[in-house]
Design a protein around this ligand. Sequence first.
Ligand code: MLT
Length: 261
Amino acid sequence: MVCLAGGFCYSWRMQKQNLVFLHGFPFNGSSWDAETQHFSREHNVLAPDLRGHRGGPDSPGPWFVEHFVEDLKSLLDQKGYAKMVLCGLSMGGYVALHFAQKYPERLAGLILCDTRADPDSNEAKDKRFATLQKIQADGLAAFAEDFSRSVLAESSLQAKPDLQKKVAAMITGNKQSSVAMVLGTLASRRDSTPYLAAIRVPTLVLVGDQDKITPVEVNQVLAKAIPGARLEVIPGAGHLSNLEQPELFQKKVEEFLRANF
Ligand code: MLT
């Protein structure tokens, strides 16, 4: 409750929003459980499993990021969400940027976390192929062990060993063939950079200060290219900033929502 001189009081509540959280590769909607619980008190929240991940849509491939965009559009139509604040982490951010370009009228705001707008370089494509070969040779569990370690900050690995196990379990909860397929999806994604200057909704960019996959500098470039975007660096987090620093992450999102809606 805020009271002004003269005794006029009003309660400072933000408008109820539709919030949609999109997870990274190759995780699932449960990576947003803490945010779902936190933000459901005041908002409508969805954190779907994306195509090929746990219970997400599945169909014979190949899959393009455009399929993920159409999956999301169908979900929003089904839920009756005319507009939403879309929050995507890493791969979720790629999907959010593609969605924003195709359906700008469905967007009230954008939160891009530990992500980038540019496509895979040749070197990144080579790395995808090497990852594919490694998964096919050694299996998903070996990949899950390595990848879960590479996405977390050293401090998270030391202080939160259960988190590394949880991340690895999300990876092995997927079908190996789907993880393999999505590697191709990511390698073939379009460049969203030319579109960034056209974004017209309030935008927040969040990044862990120890993110090795999409480092701070990459997110600085992203934020700079979006008119009016705000960049916040989350200390003590790697690539999975919401899982590594949930309170700080939620506070930044909360402040963004209060400031803009
Ligand atoms: C993710 O976390 O979604 C992945 O690191 C994205 C990628 O591999 O490009």
